[in-house]
Design a binder for this molecule. Structure first.
Ligand SMILES: [Zn+2]
Ligand SMILES: [Zn+2]
Ligand SMILES: [Zn+2]
Length: 362
């Protein structure tokens, strides 16, 4: 549509200046070139027209790695009363370092995010979850000569782009030193909860696919789903699966035992069947999140439906869902002379329509 093309044209002009200067080797060194590029002065806020029912703000200490003590929790609720912060529904701990305040309305949450006096008095940082306001997609076949900043300058999209990060491949040279080689794949983060289908780079159309985050594996206990910073388990060796650090391991390195599946590989190996399963799970989770977006065509939705009820509510807001029901009814009415409308024919019509829609999408 016009808006997108206009923006694409506008962006292209800027890209030409920067494109030529990227040729100069002293313009930026490789480290700068491939450092993730973030929009300056972007601050995450809940959109005013949000369809959500609650608005979460996370609090952490300004000095990193300071846990939230019981005293901090008491101070927090007292300060909320003292400053008469509006719209607070409840407080809850997220982990040792993080507390969540749930607000009733987007503007109450947004006002609180900017309440510097309150935050500085308690030495806290306030932020909102990225998943509630942003979505990350993957764009392939992006020429490696382009820096993240170049890509940002030339990208054309129907959604606002807030971050560009090229994937780097970690390689170990013969001497053992680690180097990072740029790949042609780039992660693009949009200020939106829905991915655009395409972005444009210098008139080239690139498909945008869902970003699948890497599997979290703890380097202390080797288990999945958390990182060492939050680990409460005993240390487990990634080579032999006994209780010691891998650096102190005396076992035969040619005969490793995986701490998770007991197989003949180190615990962080990509060939571990349990790790492979976790990677697949992550893919399905990301796809489900993208699919949930389908049910929310009214801008900023609740990404993960928390109950069956909200899920159904979201489905009923969806144009594609209503289209499907309409198709089924038309089919049933059109064929009512050959096959009467009953439970069986209704079910068959639904199944046929779902199958037909899935095929036409594939
Ligand atoms: Zn752990
Ligand atoms: Zn060991
Ligand atoms: Zn394994």
């Amino acid at each position: 549509w016009d808006g997108r093309n206009l923006k694409n044209e506008k962006k292209k002009e800027g890209a030409e200046d920067r494109g030529s200067s990227a040729e100069d080797s002293d313009y930026e060194n490789d480290a700068d070139k491939y450092r993730p590029y973030k929009v300056t002065n972007y601050s995450r806020k809940y959109p005013e027209n949000s369809q959500r029912r609650d608005f979460v703000v996370f609090l952490t200490h300004q000095c990193a790695d300071k846990p939230f003590s019981d005293g901090d929790k008491v101070n927090l609720s007292q300060a909320i009363r003292k400053y008469a912060i509006s719209g607070v529904l409840h407080l809850r701990p997220m982990n040792k370092y993080k507390v969540a305040i749930t607000f009733d309305l987007s503007n109450n949450a947004n006002t609180f995010l900017g309440h510097n006096k309150f935050l500085d008095e308690l030495g806290l940082n306030a932020s909102i979850p990225a998943a509630d306001t942003e979505v990350t997609g993957v764009v392939k076949s992006v020429p490696v000569g382009l820096s993240n900043k170049n890509i940002f300058a030339m990208i054309g999209s129907s959604r606002n782009v807030i971050q560009v990060r090229r994937f780097m491949r970690r390689v170990r040279a013969d001497g053992g030193e680690v180097a990072y080689i740029p790949t042609q794949t780039v992660a693009v983060t949009f200020a939106s909860t829905q991915l655009p289908e395409y972005v444009y780079l210098d008139s080239w159309r690139h498909e945008v696919t869902q970003y699948v985050p890497p599997v979290k594996q703890c380097l202390k206990c080797q288990q999945f789903g958390h990182i060492a910073k939050f680990c409460k388990n005993n240390e487990v060796c990634s080579i032999c699966s006994e209780n010691h650090n891998y650096k102190a391991c005396g076992a035969d390195k040619q005969n490793p035992v995986c701490a998770n599946c007991k197989g003949k590989h180190i615990a962080i190996s990509a060939s571990c069947p349990i790790k492979k399963n976790k990677i697949e799970e992550n893919k399905i989770k990301s796809r489900t999140a993208a699919y949930a977006d389908l049910f929310n065509e009214k801008s900023f939705p609740q990404l993960a439906a928390r109950t069956a009820e909200t899920y159904l509510e979201n489905m009923l807001k969806s144009q594609s869902f209503l289209n499907m029901i309409t198709q089924v009814i038309i089919k049933l009415v059109a064929n009512k002379n050959e096959s009467p409308i009953n439970t069986e024919t209704i079910r068959a019509a639904f199944q046929g329509t779902i199958r037909g829609n899935a095929q036409s999408k594939a």
